[in-house]
Design a protein around this ligand. Structure first.
Ligand SMILES: *Cc1c(COP(=O)(O)O)cnc(C)c1O
Length: 544
């Protein structure tokens, strides 16, 4: 299997090159040459497969065996999912008559990104070790310096994915004092020598700007071979397809007696930000996993929900006249906490979904454009599709918007529904599920999914079952959960929510490098000082 950029070009990459490259040089995202279909006997053969078994079965359809053999793939998957606390890795739980919840947060940092990042870290290490094994003694070893910025939610998943990996160092910048104490502790208590938490005196945007500038600095980039682990990496999407398959089989085994799978429809509901999680579901669907429409659940950062209404992919809601919508004045929404930062992103109770544009959406746009593209043969259609994508993404960059043809929107509507959920609805949903039978404490991201499921359910056919993806443990977002449940006398955060692993976390040993100003040269200095030393010695963290 080879991969190509959504924006075209003749370049065809192996899986390894695709994973190590991340973003294509022409700005596009890599997608597989074709979406493989399932082996004819998958339903019977895969029925009792574990998460690891399914990882091997699904991933091997996308990775040539001469790149990674099945045995190697199994070893990588075992290593990646051993770190999960639940034997099913991603268990499916019944919440109501027609509602199931797919818990994706049983990994080391209690958030769904672990599913992908645990595997990605092992893949990086596998590739580098293999390349280095071929070098002659004395030849320069290949290394990777992963750099990223976090506002708190996702940095820890990257750190846990890459901690203690050979030939890799990781630098995660966070705004000092501006991430929640638990999230800060989750990152800074990782004391492995190759992990560098950089606390920058400044804002999250400052951190992000520094990271962008580092990647744009060709000289620095090639000297250190910078790598990104952001959500556009193909391996992350691929790893996430696995739980759609697993949940399908677990759903099958929980169906009421006398109900056949042929008579029901599964509707996956996915809290969505950068469109990675739900895109994995789209690939599973296109491979042949039976499901109804996928539901995109967004918070007030609703560029995707608006797309399915209007066919316009636009940063600012041009149809918003007053009140809500991105055209509202900064911070002027009636939505309680809600404010808008300089870039136009709204702060919500589900911060991991606070985005302006959705980085993986370009991949779906390629398929929508392809379905409606013209050309003499498939090759001509593909070329035309990539040209279209190039034009569309250029418009998004320059004008902040693009409107796709009706036919492409219609193609998108065949596979997706979308709902936007406010912070108020998020809070009331957390309350109602806590008061429900069984009582369930949802994190605010999961609550966005549950709320969207509740809006859509009455319109579903009676034989539709909803599987809502749960993307974080409620303990990670204590502020929103406590706010929602503060009126419930029988709720106690420490007793009902806080996992054992979080007890005493704040008192553990920390390792963090302070940077006194949001200054790129100071950060370069930190990377230069620590990256080189990783392979040999553990260096004491200090102040810069
Ligand atoms: C990243 C994240 C999401 C959004 O996932 P995407 O793949 O970006 O759509 C939702 N919830 C949580 C808790 C996350 O960390």
């Amino acid at each position: 299997m080879k991969y190509f950029s959504t924006r075209g070009g003749d370049q065809k990459l192996s899986f390894e090159e695709t994973v190590l490259t991340g973003l294509a040089p022409n700005g596009g995202l890599y997608i597989p040459e074709n979406i493989p279909s399932l082996p004819s006997d998958w339903r019977t053969n895969w029925k009792d497969y574990s998460f690891v078994d399914l990882s091997v079965a699904v991933l091997s359809l996308y990775i040539s065996p001469n790149e990674i053999s099945e045995q190697e793939l199994r070893t990588l998957a075992e290593k990646s999912y051993r770190t999960f606390r639940h034997p099913d890795v991603t268990p499916l739980k019944k919440l109501g008559d027609k509602t199931f919840i797919l818990e994706l947060f049983h990994g080391p940092t209690f958030a769904f990104k672990d599913v992908a990042l645990q595997l990605l870290g092992n893949l990086f290490e596998f590739f580098l070790l293999r390349r280095n094994a071929k070098k002659i003694p004395g030849e320069q070893q290949e290394t990777l310096t992963v750099v990223g910025a976090t506002s708190g939610d996702t940095g820890s998943a990257a750190i846990y994915g890459l901690r203690n990996k050979a030939n890799i160092s990781i630098f995660i910048l966070h705004p000092k004092g501006r991430v929640s104490p638990i999230q800060e502790a989750q990152m800074t208590t990782v004391t492995d020598a190759n992990v560098h938490n950089v606390a920058v005196k400044g804002t999250f945007d400052d951190c992000q700007d520094i990271v962008k500038a580092l990647f744009a600095d060709k000289e620095f980039n090639s000297e250190h071979r910078l790598g990104a682990v952001n959500s556009i990496n193909w391996a992350r999407i691929l790893a996430q397809t696995v739980y759609y398959f697993l949940s399908f089989f677990h759903f099958q085994s929980q169906l009421p007696e006398g109900t056949s799978l042929e008579d029901v429809e599964i509707q996956y509901v996915v809290p969505t930000g950068n469109f990675g999680d739900i895109l994995a579901g789209y690939y599973a669907k296109k491979m042949g996993l039976p499901m109804g429409k996928l539901v995109v659940a967004t918070n007030a950062n609703d560029i995707l929900a608006r797309f399915w209404k209007t066919g316009r992919y636009e940063k600012v809601d041009s149809s918003a006249v007053e009140g809500e919508g991105a055209a509202a004045p900064a911070g002027g929404s009636s939505n309680g906490k809600q404010g808008t930062d300089a870039s136009g992103v709204k702060e919500t109770l589900s911060p991991a979904m606070d985005i302006l544009v959705s980085s993986n959406f370009e991949r779906l746009l390629w398929y929508l454009a392809y379905e409606t593209a013209e050309g003499e043969d498939d090759a001509a259609r593909r070329t035309a599709t990539s040209k279209t994508l190039d034009t569309w993404m250029y418009k998004v960059k320059i004008d902040g918007r693009v409107e796709v043809p009706v036919a492409a929107l219609e193609a998108g509507r065949k596979d997706f529904l979308a709902e936007r959920i406010s912070d108020e609805m998020t809070l009331t949903t957390i309350q109602s599920y806590f008061d429900g039978q069984p009582s369930y404490v949802a994190d605010p991201h999961t609550a966005v999914g549950l709320a969207a499921a509740g809006i859509i359910a009455p319109k579903n056919s009676p034989n539709t079952y909803q599987i809502v993806l749960s993307t974080a443990h409620p303990a990670k977002f204590s502020e929103a959960v406590s706010k929602a449940l503060e009126g419930s006398s029988h709720f106690n955060f420490d007793r009902d929510v806080l996992p054992q692993e979080f007890h005493g976390l704040l008192e553990k040993e920390k390792r963090v490098i302070d940077v006194e100003r949001p200054d790129i040269d100071l950060v370069k200095g930190v990377i230069g000082r620590f990256a080189k030393s990783d392979e040999h010695t553990a260096v004491e963290a200090g102040s810069v």
